[in-house]
Design a protein around this ligand. Sequence first.
Ligand code: PDD
Length: 282
Amino acid sequence: SIVYLDGAYMPMEEARISPMDRGFLFGDGIYEVIPSYDGKLVGFGPHIERMNEGLGLIDINCRFTDADWREVCDTLIEKNGAGNLGIYLHVSRGADSRRHHAYPENVEPTIFAFAFEIPAAPVADRDKVKPYKVSSTEDLRWKRCNIKSTALLGNVMHFQQGHASGNQEIILYNANNEMTEGSACNAYIVKDGVVITPPLDHQILPGITRLMLLDILRKDGSIPVEERVVTMDEVRNADEIWLTSSSKEIAPVIELDGQPVGDGRVGAVWEKAQALYTANKY
Ligand code: PDD
């Protein structure tokens, strides 16, 4: 595939960064994944806004404007074929001549982007969608999960835990037995027709799919939405569980820790919400 690195497009095999890059040594960087279906980016504006906020939180001064990012995304789509793509954008603090924890002055951030294939967006049909099975575990990541940092070891280790036990994701909960999110997605329950998801704070990533889904549901008005603390007891007694991320939209979960979720079938509220999302995503 063709990738972007620091001002140029090139085959992935030719892309080179310094081993002294702080993204490589410290995971000192911010990233984004923007979905694109048939050449059309979903959530471009809010994705770039979240990246700029993250860069600000860790004092990386990236010279790229929204128009620069747009051009990189459009060019990667054009050069890689406009199928179902995730556009990965990455800014690290850059390469320094020595390994010192303090932020170095006068280093140029490294800007990298590539496109990868993602599954087709789910069709809102309970009988056709491929449901998820998940496990759960205590969230052992750090206390700044609102930053979309490239330092993903905590997420990677949790995802692997779920994967190793034969599941497609893992739901995380804090020391108070409250659900936070998945290892690479936001999490929701449905109880008595109400969609409930944890509030935005340092324990979760402010997902762009979450942002758009809640916006779409509230504008439609037929499915009530609550942002509030969700205990794992509520999760285990939920009628439905959903996961959202840019590469999967809304994924219905039918099994948690080997137990059926609700009646063990993909839920009717999921089908309605995915249909609304499909029709109104922006
Ligand atoms: N993951 N929470 C975490 C920990 C995530 O890694 C992600 C996204 C989300 C959902 O955010 P969004 O809706 O903006 O994709 C929530 C991306 C896709 C990844 O790391 O590949």
